[in-house]
Design a protein around this ligand. Structure first.
Ligand code: ADP
Ligand code: ZN
Ligand code: ZN
Length: 732
């Protein structure tokens, strides 16, 4: 028997346990949150120490030796380890996988947690001579002058961004020769401070009500354009006044982290600001992470996974657009970054602000129960009138026309006035259905329970669920008729209709297909922002995050898809989308108009939204949820399984159901299923689910724990995939 250290390690493997290793009592002591390299099943893995049994008398032959301790200091501080342990429990995710999701790739690979210049990230910036040029520089070289002014305005920029902005290599080269600009790996920040705006009454009240000295959750419920961002900025400023080292973590939706957003923060604070998002290289991510972790960055702006960033002096958390679906991870470690942000703030004893023009029903419910402090901003900060919203009956439309005459006339009116129009349709491609006129059969995907979408650019059939593609048919495979009809409209067909009816008008389509090429989205956005009448037709991609000052009319073509959706959150999502799109219309000095095309124009919820506002609409849905006992009046979890063989997946869940029923019965827990998923077959796999619902969070969690444990003992077949989704956002 020898005296030795025994550590319990979380490893990136799909097993719900920690692994014991021994560590020679070496120079550096092992600490929780430090990484360690260990042998595992013939490989070497990097894990994180979750517990240290200081010294024990364990038979050395019983446990394996670790290879090396990688960190003398923990890379994950105690609060992050605590948050991850809690989340792994709550979301029933193996702890090793949860930790994996929180660590930057380079740390997972064993690299040191240090800031290092990225040789691949090269910026162009003004030299001191370049900065010293007069306001109207280089009159004889207008392109070079433009580039100087651009760099002065935007700060150090990558070649990629300069190219997008329309600059040529030549101008760059000339300026470099004249020593007016220079390449750099470590750009100098050129700070051009922008003063805080004098707050309006609502904003001042909201800001004064935020106690920055202790934990509390604030729901900043402010209509679009009411100046929520200004409130965030001034809250951060107050935090920094109280403590110059204070760090603020700002979470934004995936689509919300635009250069404009970042610039608003950079203009206000002469501080180190870092961003964390999927567009970074591994090195850039680690660098940003390091600056957050060692305390040198004051403001950390990031998407979902940034919630796990260690902070040396955490002082404030902000979640912008807190209702956004992208805060919930949809696979693997299925956490909600918004919910974890609330928990982290509580654990740290710091305030958190959740901001939205269309708060999630869960958040409104928490505000109503006084768990959150609701702060309302009800006036547009720039004194602008709210847009007028109308519902138009789309039943009168011919089946191959997606836009009613009423809408088309409105479009003409707005274009004639020199304005821009936004047409929103959440369906890409030409037509969602190809049907035989003679026998009525539809062209289906061979891998999914779904119809193939017809695309025309280029012409082919495409499954939007599994990506299956085939040449467009010319004859029905059932009866050989050549009369195949394209039914319904996607963005391509709407674009075609608009081009036909509005000859000479710029029609700009923005969807996943039209923006596949690098920079094509940026180019399209730039041409819209440069002004001039045009019609923008697009999917979800145009509904969020972008600011189009010249759009005065917004038309939503398919509100029914959300209102009549099989997902109980459908109406909530549609209400949020309509309100957000409406907020885009007429944001600048021009009044806006919104048209909703619906086949159920009498729908009470739709009318409530239009005649009242999102508040009243949300109240009505909350009442419905209360009656049907759906979230937030109950808690949900889904147990999903899928396999290439239907029997296999179904059998697995049936077995679980029987096991579940054999446990002591509690009437507060309701188990439904197994039942087929909304799309039973998808990508050659058959999908089923069990729904668990309870008014008691504890009961649900406990039940899931027992089920998860049972499943790991069952050791399901390799072909079968299963998952637990707690607080699912997507019910399919
Ligand atoms: P939100 O985030 O609520 O949609 P923003 O913060 O983007 O709103 O503000 C909308 C516009 O109003 C911005 O152009 C902003 O500069 C301006 N604004 C915000 N607060 C004020 C204020 N107190 N006075 C004048 N303009 C303001
Ligand atoms: Zn046919
Ligand atoms: Zn398919």
């Amino acid at each position: 028997m020898t005296e030795l250290f025994c550590v319990q390690v979380a490893l990136p493997v799909p097993l719900r346990q920690l692994f014991d290793y021994r560590l020679a009592p070496a120079s550096a002591p092992a600490t929780v949150g430090a990484r360690i390299r260990v042998p595992f099943a013939g490989r070497e893995l990097v894990g994180v120490i979750m517990a240290v049994k200081a010294s024990g008398t364990v038979a050395p032959e019983k446990i394996k030796s670790a290879i090396e301790l990688l960190d003398p200091e923990p890379v994950l501080p105690a609060d992050i380890v605590q948050l991850l342990s809690w989340a792994a429990d709550y979301y029933h995710c193996p702890i090793g996988e949860a930790i994996q999701a929180a660590l930057p790739v380079l740390l997972r690979q064993g690299e040191p947690p240090e800031y290092q210049q990225d040789p691949h990230s090269r910026y162009w910036q003004l030299t001191p001579e370049g900065q010293g040029l007069p306001d109207q520089p280089l009159r004889k070289a207008p392109r070079q002058a433009e580039l100087i002014l651009y760099l002065r305005e935007q700060g150090p920029s990558r070649w990629q961004d300069l190219k997008t902005a329309g600059f040529a290599r030549d101008a760059l080269k000339r300026l470099c020769e004249r020593q007016l600009i220079e390449p750099t790996h470590a750009p100098r920040r050129q700070f051009s401070p922008q003063a805080a705006l004098p707050l309006n009454e609502d904003q001042r009240l909201a800001l004064d009500n935020i106690d920055l000295s202790k934990y509390n959750t604030y729901l900043l419920d402010g209509i679009t354009g009411s100046g929520k961002t200004e409130v965030y900025l001034q809250a951060i400023a107050r935090t920094l006044e109280a403590n110059p080292l204070a760090q603020t973590l700002v979470l934004v939706p995936e689509i919300g982290l635009t250069p404009q957003t970042i610039r608003r923060f950079e203009r206000r604070f002469d501080e180190d600001i870092v961003t964390l998002h999927s567009g970074l290289s591994d090195r850039e991510r680690l660098n940003a992470w390091t600056k957050a972790s060692d305390g040198s960055a004051r403001i950390i702006i990031g998407t979902r996974s940034a919630i796990f960033t260690p902070l040396r002096h955490p002082s404030l958390i902000i979640v912008d657009e807190e209702h956004d679906g992208s805060f919930k991870q949809q696979d693997g470690f299925r956490y909600s970054a918004r919910d974890l942000a609330c928990l982290r703030a509580k654990n740290l004893g710091i305030p958190i602000i959740l901001g939205s023009a269309t708060p999630a029903l869960e958040s409104l419910y928490n505000a109503r129960r006084q768990r959150y402090t609701q702060l309302k901003l009800r006036q547009r900060a720039n004194q602008q009138a709210a847009p007028r919203i109308q519902i138009v009956d789309s039943n009168e439309c011919a089946p191959d026309r997606s836009i009613t005459d009423f809408s088309m006339n409105a479009i003409r009116r707005h274009l004639d006035a020199g304005n821009q129009v936004l047409v929103f349709l959440n369906r890409r491609g030409y037509a969602p259905t190809l049907q035989c006129y003679d026998c009525g059969s539809q062209v289906l995907c061979p891998n999914c329970d779904a119809r193939l979408t017809l695309h025309q650019q280029p012409r082919h059939l495409h499954c939007h669920h599994c990506d299956y593609q085939s040449p467009a048919l010319t004859r029905c495979s059932n009866c050989n008729s050549h009369k195949l009809l394209a039914l319904g409209s996607g963005t391509e067909r709407s674009e075609e209709l608009l081009a036909r009816e509005l000859p000479g008008t710029d029609i700009i389509r923005i969807d996943r297909d039209s923006t596949r090429q690098k920079n094509s989205l940026e180019n399209k956005l730039a041409s819209i922002k440069s002004g001039g009448p045009c019609v923008l037709v697009g999917t979800q991609m145009i509904a969020k995050g972008h600011h189009f000052p010249d759009v005065t009319l917004a038309i939503i073509l398919d509100v029914d898809s959300g209102l009549l959706s099989a997902d109980f959150r459908g109406p909530e999502r549609m209400g949020q989308l309509i309100t957000q799109v409406a907020g885009r219309a007429g944001r600048a000095q021009k009044p806006g108009e919104v048209i909703l095309q619906s086949r159920t124009p009498e729908h009470p919820l739709l009318n409530l939204l239009v005649q009242q506002d999102y508040q009243q609409f949300a109240e009505a849905i909350l009442t419905e949820r209360e009656i049907t006992l759906m979230p937030p009046y109950s808690h949900l979890a889904l147990l999903r399984a899928d396999a290439p063989n239907a029997e296999q997946a179904l059998h697995f869940l049936q077995g679980l159901r029987i096991f579940s029923d054999s446990l002591p019965h509690d009437p507060a827990l309701q188990v439904l299923g197994p039942m087929p998923s909304l799309m039973e077959k998808r990508g050659q796999r058959f999908r089923y689910l069990i729904q668990l619902k309870s008014t008691s969070r504890g009961l649900l969690n406990q039940h899931l724990q027992i089920l998860a444990h049972h499943i790991s003992e069952l050791k399901p077949h390799r072909n079968l995939r299963w998952s637990i989704d707690v607080d699912p956002q997507d019910m399919s």
